[in-house]
Design a protein around this ligand. Sequence first.
Ligand code: ADP
Ligand code: MG
Length: 305
Amino acid sequence: MRFADVLHPRRGRAASHADAAAPDGGRVLLQARGLGVARGARTILADVDVDVMAGEVLALVGPNGAGKSTLLAALSGDLPLSAGTAVIDGRPVRDWTARELSRRRAVLPQQHRVGFGFTVDEIVRMGRAPWARTDRSVDDDAVVSEALDICDVAAFHDRSFVTLSGGEQARVALARVLAQECPTIMLDEPTAALDLRHQETVMRIAAQRAQAGSAVVVVLHDLGLAAAYADRVMVLAGGRTAADGPPDEVLTEALLSAVYRHPVDVLPHPHGGRPLIVPRRPGHGPARAGQPAVEPANWAEYSRA
Ligand code: ADP
Ligand code: MG
């Protein structure tokens, strides 16, 4: 696997991915307006607006329980809405059939619910199911092989999935999602189990897919990764949008410290480029202006209603 292939996969082959990925950057592929989700009597999400355009990576960040996974499930059609609308590729999610949806959006869930007894090859090949009996199935072998390569799992392609480490399993699950070749890609914490190198690889893949015309939503806890790779960052807190915009506007000490209820430093990178984002730790000295020492006075703003 050459580095250039990670950045420009399938450059030499027919442009079927580009066809599916609607390479018209700027078109909104995923949209929510006033989206709400309830679980029983509890409101989990309220008043969420989202636009994700072809060609961009949207990082979705926020504390545990903020509603990030719920939002992905609602946007992807896996959870009913209690309010508002979710639209994929110009049509309400509920109006697409399951088959039509599976050709438009691929989802990496936070938990991999993969059956026992499958090899890595078989699992990645499951990503091709939506294209069975279509012209695009002629690409199956090449797409699977490329996804195995990009995710650095080809070396154990014939192993049983359950024998892999957590990080290896996560990369196989991602390979399956990439093999699905959808214009909209939703990744829920794809880097959580990965070592440093593979975290960077996964984010580079996300950015590359966006460059090729996909709309990519990725849930991240590592704010440094969000700052480095996202075109836009949305912060969820307490089931509502706390901020949405370019990384340098959204990832501020004041907002992050309030949302995470812990002082956060945003520092210029000594080698240039996007900033470093680090939690304040023992030995770092007192909190700076705008940072809470313990809990911010405006914490209530970010609590679930
Ligand atoms: P995040 O992904 O941001 O950590 P989630 O979307 O998983 O958060 O969860 C948001 C809130 O919804 C949490 O308070 C969680 O406990 C709750 N929740 C998630 N799934 C369910 C469920 N099946 N039933 C009831 N509450 C749920
Ligand atoms: Mg989650």
